[in-house]
Design a protein around this ligand. Sequence first.
Ligand SMILES: [Fe+2]
Length: 496
Amino acid sequence: MMEVHAHLNVTVPDDIDNPFLQGLFRPVGVEYTADTDDMVVIGTIPDDLHGMYVRNSHNQMHAPMGVYHPFDGDGMLHAIRFEGGHATYRNRLIRTVGYLAEAGAGGQSLWPGMLEPHKANLRGWGAMKTMKDNAGVDVVAHAGKLVASMSQCGEPYHLDIDTLATKGVHDWGKAIEPFGLCSHFKVDTATGELMFFNFGETYPYMHYGVIGADGALKHFVPIELPGPRWPHDMGITQRYTILHDLPYHFDPELLNKGIRKLTYFKDQPARFGVVPRHGDNNSIKWFTAKPCFILHLANCYEQGDWVHMDGCIQKRPGKPEVGQQGADAFERIRHHLDKHNTHTHMYRWSFNMVTGETRETVLDDEVTEFPMVANDIVGRPYRYSFNTLFKPGNWHMSGVKKFDLQTGGDQRYEYGDNRFGSEPCIALRPGATEEDDGYLLTFLTDMNENKSEVLILDARDVNAGPVARIILPARITNGTHACWVEGDRMQGERVA
Ligand SMILES: [Fe+2]
Protein backbone atom coordinates (compact mmCIF):
# COMPACT_ATOMS: atom_id res chain seq x y z
CA MET A 1 0.00 0.00 0.00
CA MET A 2 1.16 3.49 -0.85
CA GLU A 3 -1.08 6.46 -0.28
CA VAL A 4 -0.81 10.21 -0.21
CA HIS A 5 -2.01 11.33 3.20
CA ALA A 6 -1.99 15.06 2.39
CA HIS A 7 -0.64 17.69 0.04
CA LEU A 8 0.92 20.54 2.00
CA ASN A 9 0.84 24.22 1.11
CA VAL A 10 4.57 24.85 0.81
CA THR A 11 4.98 28.48 -0.32
CA VAL A 12 8.79 28.65 -0.37
CA PRO A 13 9.51 29.87 -3.93
CA ASP A 14 11.22 27.32 -6.18
CA ASP A 15 13.93 29.83 -7.07
CA ILE A 16 14.57 31.15 -3.57
CA ASP A 17 18.13 32.41 -3.14
CA ASN A 18 19.00 30.38 -0.06
CA PRO A 19 21.16 27.22 -0.13
CA PHE A 20 19.44 25.93 3.01
CA LEU A 21 16.11 25.80 1.20
CA GLN A 22 17.43 24.16 -1.97
CA GLY A 23 18.76 20.74 -2.94
CA LEU A 24 19.16 18.49 0.09
CA PHE A 25 17.28 21.05 2.20
CA ARG A 26 14.36 21.59 -0.18
CA PRO A 27 11.14 21.18 1.85
CA VAL A 28 8.79 18.26 1.27
CA GLY A 29 5.22 19.03 0.20
CA VAL A 30 3.55 15.62 0.39
CA GLU A 31 2.78 13.35 3.33
CA TYR A 32 2.88 9.62 2.50
CA THR A 33 2.03 6.31 4.08
CA ALA A 34 3.78 3.46 2.28
CA ASP A 35 4.70 -0.08 3.14
CA THR A 36 7.33 -2.37 1.74
CA ASP A 37 4.82 -4.26 -0.41
CA ASP A 38 4.95 -1.16 -2.63
CA MET A 39 8.49 0.12 -2.04
CA VAL A 40 11.69 -1.19 -3.54
CA VAL A 41 13.69 -3.19 -0.99
CA ILE A 42 17.28 -4.04 -1.84
CA GLY A 43 18.45 -6.92 0.34
CA THR A 44 16.34 -8.45 3.09
CA ILE A 45 14.74 -6.68 6.04
CA PRO A 46 15.72 -8.73 9.13
CA ASP A 47 12.85 -10.61 10.77
CA ASP A 48 14.08 -9.63 14.23
CA LEU A 49 14.03 -5.89 13.54
CA HIS A 50 11.02 -4.81 15.59
CA GLY A 51 10.17 -1.21 16.41
CA MET A 52 10.33 2.22 14.81
CA TYR A 53 13.10 4.55 13.66
CA VAL A 54 11.80 8.11 13.65
CA ARG A 55 13.65 11.23 12.65
CA ASN A 56 12.80 14.90 12.92
CA SER A 57 13.70 17.49 10.28
CA HIS A 58 13.29 21.17 9.50
CA ASN A 59 10.81 21.39 6.65
CA GLN A 60 10.27 25.12 6.14
CA MET A 61 6.75 25.71 4.88
CA HIS A 62 6.81 29.38 3.91
CA ALA A 63 9.18 31.97 2.49
CA PRO A 64 11.26 33.17 5.47
CA MET A 65 11.00 36.73 6.84
CA GLY A 66 14.73 37.28 6.52
CA VAL A 67 17.88 35.21 6.83
CA TYR A 68 16.79 31.58 7.14
CA HIS A 69 18.90 29.33 9.35
CA PRO A 70 18.52 25.57 8.79
CA PHE A 71 17.29 25.17 12.40
CA ASP A 72 14.33 27.52 11.81
CA GLY A 73 12.11 25.30 9.68
CA ASP A 74 8.84 23.63 10.65
CA GLY A 75 9.23 20.17 12.16
CA MET A 76 8.45 17.12 10.06
CA LEU A 77 8.76 13.54 11.25
CA HIS A 78 9.89 10.68 9.02
CA ALA A 79 9.38 7.23 10.51
CA ILE A 80 9.84 3.64 9.41
CA ARG A 81 8.23 0.93 11.51
CA PHE A 82 9.42 -2.68 11.30
CA GLU A 83 7.92 -6.00 12.25
CA GLY A 84 8.36 -9.50 10.87
CA GLY A 85 10.55 -8.49 7.93
CA HIS A 86 8.06 -5.87 6.81
CA ALA A 87 8.10 -2.08 7.18
CA THR A 88 5.80 0.94 6.88
CA TYR A 89 7.00 4.49 6.22
CA ARG A 90 5.18 7.68 7.21
CA ASN A 91 6.09 11.35 7.09
CA ARG A 92 4.00 13.94 8.87
CA LEU A 93 4.39 17.67 9.41
CA ILE A 94 4.16 18.72 13.06
CA ARG A 95 1.19 21.06 13.28
CA THR A 96 2.48 23.49 15.89
CA VAL A 97 0.57 26.55 17.07
CA GLY A 98 2.99 28.70 15.07
CA TYR A 99 2.49 26.64 11.93
CA LEU A 100 -1.30 26.87 12.28
CA ALA A 101 -1.08 30.65 12.74
CA GLU A 102 1.05 30.99 9.60
CA ALA A 103 -1.23 28.69 7.63
CA GLY A 104 -4.23 30.69 8.82
CA ALA A 105 -2.52 33.88 7.64
CA GLY A 106 -2.55 32.54 4.09
CA GLY A 107 0.74 30.67 4.16
CA GLN A 108 3.27 33.30 5.19
CA SER A 109 5.96 33.49 7.85
CA LEU A 110 4.93 35.50 10.90
CA TRP A 111 8.10 35.02 12.96
CA PRO A 112 11.77 35.65 12.12
CA GLY A 113 14.45 32.98 12.41
CA MET A 114 16.98 32.51 15.18
CA LEU A 115 19.52 34.88 13.61
CA GLU A 116 17.22 37.90 13.52
CA PRO A 117 15.29 38.04 16.80
CA HIS A 118 15.12 41.85 16.56
CA LYS A 119 12.69 41.47 13.65
CA ALA A 120 10.00 39.83 15.80
CA ASN A 121 6.62 41.56 15.71
CA LEU A 122 4.80 38.91 17.71
CA ARG A 123 5.69 37.20 20.95
CA GLY A 124 7.22 33.87 20.09
CA TRP A 125 8.78 30.84 21.74
CA GLY A 126 12.26 29.66 22.64
CA ALA A 127 14.73 31.15 25.08
CA MET A 128 14.52 34.46 23.19
CA LYS A 129 10.71 34.37 22.88
CA THR A 130 11.02 35.77 19.38
CA MET A 131 10.78 32.85 16.98
CA LYS A 132 8.26 30.19 16.12
CA ASP A 133 8.31 26.96 18.11
CA ASN A 134 8.98 24.64 15.17
CA ALA A 135 9.32 21.40 17.22
CA GLY A 136 11.84 20.42 14.54
CA VAL A 137 14.93 19.37 16.46
CA ASP A 138 14.66 16.17 18.47
CA VAL A 139 12.08 13.44 18.82
CA VAL A 140 11.98 10.89 21.63
CA ALA A 141 9.49 8.19 22.62
CA HIS A 142 8.28 8.22 26.19
CA ALA A 143 5.26 6.72 27.96
CA GLY A 144 3.74 5.58 24.66
CA LYS A 145 3.97 9.00 23.02
CA LEU A 146 6.42 10.78 20.77
CA VAL A 147 7.77 14.08 22.15
CA ALA A 148 9.29 16.63 19.77
CA SER A 149 11.43 19.59 20.82
CA MET A 150 12.88 22.83 19.52
CA SER A 151 16.57 23.82 19.52
CA GLN A 152 16.40 26.51 22.21
CA CYS A 153 13.56 25.45 24.53
CA GLY A 154 9.97 25.34 23.37
CA GLU A 155 6.77 23.54 24.17
CA PRO A 156 6.92 19.73 24.33
CA TYR A 157 4.87 18.59 21.33
CA HIS A 158 3.02 15.31 21.66
CA LEU A 159 2.67 13.16 18.52
CA ASP A 160 0.67 9.97 18.23
CA ILE A 161 3.17 7.13 18.17
CA ASP A 162 1.17 5.06 15.65
CA THR A 163 -0.02 7.71 13.21
CA LEU A 164 2.47 10.57 13.89
CA ALA A 165 -0.54 12.91 14.13
CA THR A 166 0.07 16.08 16.15
CA LYS A 167 -1.88 15.85 19.41
CA GLY A 168 -0.80 19.30 20.65
CA VAL A 169 1.34 20.49 23.53
CA HIS A 170 2.01 17.69 26.00
CA ASP A 171 0.02 17.48 29.25
CA TRP A 172 3.01 18.64 31.26
CA GLY A 173 3.85 21.53 28.92
CA LYS A 174 2.00 24.17 30.96
CA ALA A 175 3.76 23.20 34.17
CA ILE A 176 7.24 23.95 32.78
CA GLU A 177 6.50 27.37 31.32
CA PRO A 178 7.85 29.87 30.55
CA PHE A 179 11.21 28.25 29.68
CA GLY A 180 9.71 25.02 28.31
CA LEU A 181 11.56 21.89 27.21
CA CYS A 182 15.22 21.83 26.17
CA SER A 183 16.45 20.55 22.82
CA HIS A 184 17.70 17.21 24.20
CA PHE A 185 16.37 15.15 27.08
CA LYS A 186 17.06 11.59 28.18
CA VAL A 187 14.99 8.52 29.01
CA ASP A 188 16.21 5.85 31.41
CA THR A 189 14.49 2.75 30.03
CA ALA A 190 15.15 0.85 33.28
CA THR A 191 12.98 3.22 35.35
CA GLY A 192 10.93 4.75 32.54
CA GLU A 193 11.81 8.27 33.73
CA LEU A 194 12.50 11.16 31.35
CA MET A 195 15.00 13.79 32.55
CA PHE A 196 15.06 17.28 31.05
CA PHE A 197 16.25 20.84 31.62
CA ASN A 198 15.34 24.23 30.27
CA PHE A 199 16.97 27.64 30.12
CA GLY A 200 16.03 31.25 29.56
CA GLU A 201 17.20 34.84 29.80
CA THR A 202 15.82 35.55 33.28
CA TYR A 203 16.79 34.33 36.77
CA PRO A 204 17.32 31.51 37.74
CA TYR A 205 18.28 30.87 34.06
CA MET A 206 17.71 27.08 34.23
CA HIS A 207 15.30 24.47 35.58
CA TYR A 208 15.63 20.72 35.89
CA GLY A 209 12.85 18.17 35.83
CA VAL A 210 11.80 14.52 35.72
CA ILE A 211 8.75 13.02 34.00
CA GLY A 212 7.64 9.68 35.45
CA ALA A 213 7.09 6.47 33.51
CA ASP A 214 3.36 7.29 33.58
CA GLY A 215 4.00 10.47 31.56
CA ALA A 216 3.30 12.88 34.45
CA LEU A 217 5.64 15.60 35.77
CA LYS A 218 7.07 14.38 39.09
CA HIS A 219 9.96 16.76 39.76
CA PHE A 220 10.71 20.32 38.62
CA VAL A 221 13.18 22.64 40.36
CA PRO A 222 15.07 25.88 39.63
CA ILE A 223 18.83 25.68 39.00
CA GLU A 224 20.74 28.92 39.50
CA LEU A 225 23.30 29.88 36.86
CA PRO A 226 25.53 32.98 36.89
CA GLY A 227 23.61 34.37 33.91
CA PRO A 228 21.84 33.43 30.67
CA ARG A 229 23.46 30.43 28.98
CA TRP A 230 22.95 28.45 25.76
CA PRO A 231 23.30 24.72 26.60
CA HIS A 232 22.12 22.09 24.15
CA ASP A 233 22.41 18.67 25.79
CA MET A 234 22.54 16.98 29.19
CA GLY A 235 23.61 13.57 30.50
CA ILE A 236 22.21 10.99 32.88
CA THR A 237 23.68 8.16 34.89
CA GLN A 238 21.75 5.71 37.03
CA ARG A 239 21.74 8.17 39.96
CA TYR A 240 22.69 11.57 38.56
CA THR A 241 21.90 14.13 35.90
CA ILE A 242 24.68 16.32 34.44
CA LEU A 243 23.78 19.91 33.47
CA HIS A 244 25.94 22.29 31.41
CA ASP A 245 27.07 25.88 32.02
CA LEU A 246 29.38 26.53 29.05
CA PRO A 247 31.27 29.67 28.05
CA TYR A 248 29.55 30.07 24.68
CA HIS A 249 26.50 32.24 25.15
CA PHE A 250 25.12 35.71 24.49
CA ASP A 251 27.42 38.53 25.56
CA PRO A 252 25.71 39.66 28.82
CA GLU A 253 26.63 43.35 28.41
CA LEU A 254 25.14 43.46 24.92
CA LEU A 255 22.15 41.43 26.08
CA ASN A 256 21.41 44.14 28.64
CA LYS A 257 21.09 46.51 25.67
CA GLY A 258 18.79 44.11 23.88
CA ILE A 259 21.48 42.85 21.47
CA ARG A 260 21.99 39.07 21.23
CA LYS A 261 25.49 38.15 20.12
CA LEU A 262 26.67 34.61 20.71
CA THR A 263 30.23 34.89 21.98
CA TYR A 264 32.88 32.40 23.05
CA PHE A 265 34.45 33.51 26.33
CA LYS A 266 37.71 31.63 25.97
CA ASP A 267 38.93 32.44 29.49
CA GLN A 268 35.71 31.39 31.22
CA PRO A 269 35.76 27.76 32.44
CA ALA A 270 33.16 25.23 31.47
CA ARG A 271 31.03 24.17 34.46
CA PHE A 272 29.17 20.90 34.86
CA GLY A 273 26.51 20.43 37.52
CA VAL A 274 26.07 16.85 38.76
CA VAL A 275 22.70 16.66 40.49
CA PRO A 276 21.06 13.59 42.07
CA ARG A 277 18.22 12.46 39.83
CA HIS A 278 15.61 13.88 42.17
CA GLY A 279 17.88 16.57 43.61
CA ASP A 280 17.83 20.35 43.37
CA ASN A 281 19.90 23.52 43.51
CA ASN A 282 21.07 22.66 47.04
CA SER A 283 22.30 19.17 46.18
CA ILE A 284 23.89 19.94 42.80
CA LYS A 285 27.69 19.67 42.79
CA TRP A 286 29.51 21.91 40.27
CA PHE A 287 32.76 20.93 38.57
CA THR A 288 34.96 23.20 36.46
CA ALA A 289 36.77 22.20 33.28
CA LYS A 290 38.69 23.80 30.42
CA PRO A 291 36.67 26.25 28.29
CA CYS A 292 34.75 24.52 25.51
CA PHE A 293 31.35 24.09 23.95
CA ILE A 294 29.40 20.86 23.59
CA LEU A 295 26.40 20.14 21.43
CA HIS A 296 25.92 16.40 21.96
CA LEU A 297 26.90 13.79 24.51
CA ALA A 298 27.48 10.11 23.78
CA ASN A 299 26.85 8.63 27.23
CA CYS A 300 27.54 9.07 30.94
CA TYR A 301 28.07 6.51 33.69
CA GLU A 302 29.27 6.01 37.24
CA GLN A 303 32.43 4.16 38.26
CA GLY A 304 33.17 4.18 42.00
CA ASP A 305 33.54 7.80 43.11
CA TRP A 306 33.68 8.99 39.50
CA VAL A 307 31.02 10.16 37.09
CA HIS A 308 32.18 9.96 33.47
CA MET A 309 30.67 12.10 30.72
CA ASP A 310 31.61 11.31 27.10
CA GLY A 311 30.67 13.56 24.22
CA CYS A 312 31.84 15.64 21.29
CA ILE A 313 33.84 18.68 22.37
CA GLN A 314 34.17 21.84 20.32
CA LYS A 315 37.54 23.37 21.07
CA ARG A 316 36.91 26.34 18.75
CA PRO A 317 33.18 27.09 19.03
CA GLY A 318 33.46 30.72 17.99
CA LYS A 319 35.67 30.25 14.92
CA PRO A 320 35.00 31.58 12.42
CA GLU A 321 32.72 34.05 14.11
CA VAL A 322 29.26 34.60 12.79
CA GLY A 323 29.56 38.15 11.55
CA GLN A 324 32.93 37.60 9.91
CA GLN A 325 33.62 40.43 7.49
CA GLY A 326 33.45 39.73 3.81
CA ALA A 327 31.37 36.57 4.02
CA ASP A 328 27.68 36.59 3.26
CA ALA A 329 25.14 35.27 5.75
CA PHE A 330 24.78 31.81 4.23
CA GLU A 331 28.53 31.31 4.01
CA ARG A 332 28.81 32.26 7.67
CA ILE A 333 26.11 29.74 8.60
CA ARG A 334 27.84 27.05 6.56
CA HIS A 335 31.21 27.79 8.15
CA HIS A 336 29.66 27.78 11.58
CA LEU A 337 27.97 24.41 11.09
CA ASP A 338 31.10 22.81 9.59
CA LYS A 339 32.29 20.38 12.27
CA HIS A 340 35.80 20.59 10.86
CA ASN A 341 35.95 24.31 11.65
CA THR A 342 35.03 23.65 15.27
CA HIS A 343 37.17 20.49 15.29
CA THR A 344 34.47 18.52 17.08
CA HIS A 345 35.72 15.17 18.45
CA MET A 346 35.13 12.53 21.13
CA TYR A 347 36.21 13.56 24.61
CA ARG A 348 35.74 12.42 28.21
CA TRP A 349 35.17 14.54 31.28
CA SER A 350 35.44 12.67 34.61
CA PHE A 351 34.17 14.13 37.87
CA ASN A 352 35.17 12.84 41.29
CA MET A 353 32.14 13.13 43.55
CA VAL A 354 34.33 12.93 46.71
CA THR A 355 37.28 15.21 45.91
CA GLY A 356 35.66 17.55 43.35
CA GLU A 357 38.44 16.83 40.85
CA THR A 358 37.81 17.01 37.08
CA ARG A 359 39.88 14.98 34.63
CA GLU A 360 39.75 15.42 30.86
CA THR A 361 40.75 12.88 28.22
CA VAL A 362 40.76 12.99 24.41
CA LEU A 363 39.07 9.76 23.25
CA ASP A 364 39.64 10.32 19.54
CA ASP A 365 40.90 13.16 17.35
CA GLU A 366 38.84 12.53 14.22
CA VAL A 367 36.00 14.95 13.56
CA THR A 368 32.71 13.27 14.48
CA GLU A 369 29.41 14.37 16.01
CA PHE A 370 25.92 13.09 16.91
CA PRO A 371 27.20 10.21 19.09
CA MET A 372 24.63 7.54 19.92
CA VAL A 373 24.41 4.45 22.11
CA ALA A 374 21.62 1.89 22.38
CA ASN A 375 18.65 3.08 24.49
CA ASP A 376 19.10 0.46 27.20
CA ILE A 377 22.77 1.47 27.63
CA VAL A 378 22.07 5.15 28.34
CA GLY A 379 23.46 6.06 31.77
CA ARG A 380 25.40 2.83 32.17
CA PRO A 381 28.98 1.67 31.54
CA TYR A 382 29.25 1.08 27.81
CA ARG A 383 31.60 -0.03 25.08
CA TYR A 384 30.39 1.32 21.74
CA SER A 385 29.52 4.78 20.47
CA PHE A 386 28.16 5.28 16.96
CA ASN A 387 29.10 8.73 15.63
CA THR A 388 28.47 10.64 12.44
CA LEU A 389 31.27 11.52 10.01
CA PHE A 390 31.37 14.80 8.09
CA LYS A 391 33.20 15.89 4.99
CA PRO A 392 34.89 19.31 5.43
CA GLY A 393 33.15 22.39 4.10
CA ASN A 394 29.52 21.73 4.81
CA TRP A 395 27.02 20.31 7.21
CA HIS A 396 26.35 17.02 5.46
CA MET A 397 26.56 13.69 7.26
CA SER A 398 28.81 11.54 5.14
CA GLY A 399 29.09 8.30 7.12
CA VAL A 400 29.11 6.55 10.46
CA LYS A 401 32.00 5.59 12.73
CA LYS A 402 31.68 2.96 15.45
CA PHE A 403 34.01 3.43 18.40
CA ASP A 404 35.06 0.46 20.51
CA LEU A 405 36.06 2.24 23.72
CA GLN A 406 37.29 -1.02 25.22
CA THR A 407 39.86 -1.92 22.56
CA GLY A 408 40.34 1.49 20.93
CA GLY A 409 39.31 0.01 17.61
CA ASP A 410 36.76 1.38 15.20
CA GLN A 411 34.62 0.54 12.19
CA ARG A 412 33.12 2.85 9.59
CA TYR A 413 30.80 3.04 6.66
CA GLU A 414 30.82 6.01 4.30
CA TYR A 415 27.72 6.67 2.25
CA GLY A 416 29.42 7.75 -1.00
CA ASP A 417 29.53 10.93 -3.07
CA ASN A 418 26.49 13.17 -2.65
CA ARG A 419 24.80 10.67 -0.30
CA PHE A 420 23.96 12.11 3.11
CA GLY A 421 22.66 10.43 6.24
CA SER A 422 20.89 11.28 9.50
CA GLU A 423 21.69 10.59 13.12
CA PRO A 424 22.00 6.79 13.18
CA CYS A 425 20.24 4.78 15.88
CA ILE A 426 20.91 1.32 17.26
CA ALA A 427 18.01 -1.13 17.17
CA LEU A 428 18.88 -4.00 19.49
CA ARG A 429 17.49 -7.42 18.70
CA PRO A 430 14.85 -8.52 21.23
CA GLY A 431 16.79 -10.34 23.95
CA ALA A 432 20.17 -8.90 22.89
CA THR A 433 22.93 -9.40 25.45
CA GLU A 434 25.57 -7.26 23.74
CA GLU A 435 25.13 -3.54 23.12
CA ASP A 436 25.88 -3.90 19.39
CA ASP A 437 23.72 -7.00 18.91
CA GLY A 438 21.30 -5.40 16.50
CA TYR A 439 21.05 -3.00 13.60
CA LEU A 440 22.14 0.51 12.78
CA LEU A 441 19.54 2.60 10.99
CA THR A 442 19.63 5.88 9.14
CA PHE A 443 17.65 7.80 6.55
CA LEU A 444 19.88 8.64 3.63
CA THR A 445 19.38 11.04 0.74
CA ASP A 446 21.15 10.48 -2.56
CA MET A 447 21.44 13.82 -4.34
CA ASN A 448 22.82 12.10 -7.46
CA GLU A 449 19.43 10.47 -7.89
CA ASN A 450 17.28 12.96 -5.90
CA LYS A 451 15.98 9.99 -3.88
CA SER A 452 15.96 8.93 -0.25
CA GLU A 453 16.19 5.56 1.39
CA VAL A 454 16.45 3.79 4.72
CA LEU A 455 19.75 2.09 5.37
CA ILE A 456 19.97 -0.96 7.65
CA LEU A 457 23.44 -2.03 8.75
CA ASP A 458 24.57 -4.83 11.05
CA ALA A 459 25.72 -2.93 14.16
CA ARG A 460 28.33 -5.61 14.84
CA ASP A 461 29.86 -5.24 11.39
CA VAL A 462 29.44 -1.67 10.22
CA ASN A 463 32.30 -2.03 7.71
CA ALA A 464 30.25 -4.54 5.73
CA GLY A 465 27.74 -1.93 4.56
CA PRO A 466 23.97 -2.25 4.43
CA VAL A 467 22.11 -5.52 4.87
CA ALA A 468 19.06 -3.84 3.39
CA ARG A 469 17.99 -0.58 1.72
CA ILE A 470 14.39 0.61 1.41
CA ILE A 471 13.76 3.21 -1.31
CA LEU A 472 11.25 5.81 -0.06
CA PRO A 473 8.35 7.23 -2.11
CA ALA A 474 10.11 10.60 -2.46
CA ARG A 475 13.26 12.47 -1.48
CA ILE A 476 13.07 13.72 2.09
CA THR A 477 14.46 16.91 3.60
CA ASN A 478 17.81 16.96 5.36
CA GLY A 479 17.40 16.15 9.04
CA THR A 480 19.43 15.17 12.03
CA HIS A 481 18.07 13.92 15.33
CA ALA A 482 16.32 10.59 15.48
CA CYS A 483 15.34 7.87 17.94
CA TRP A 484 14.68 4.16 17.97
CA VAL A 485 11.51 2.98 19.67
CA GLU A 486 11.65 -0.70 20.63
CA GLY A 487 8.60 -2.75 19.73
CA ASP A 488 7.91 -3.36 23.42
CA ARG A 489 8.12 0.37 24.24
CA MET A 490 5.70 1.57 21.56
CA GLN A 491 2.69 1.63 23.89
CA GLY A 492 4.45 2.75 27.05
CA GLU A 493 7.48 2.34 29.26
CA ARG A 494 8.19 -1.26 30.25
CA VAL A 495 7.97 -0.37 33.94
CA ALA A 496 4.75 1.66 33.82
FE1 LIG B 1 21.08 18.72 18.79
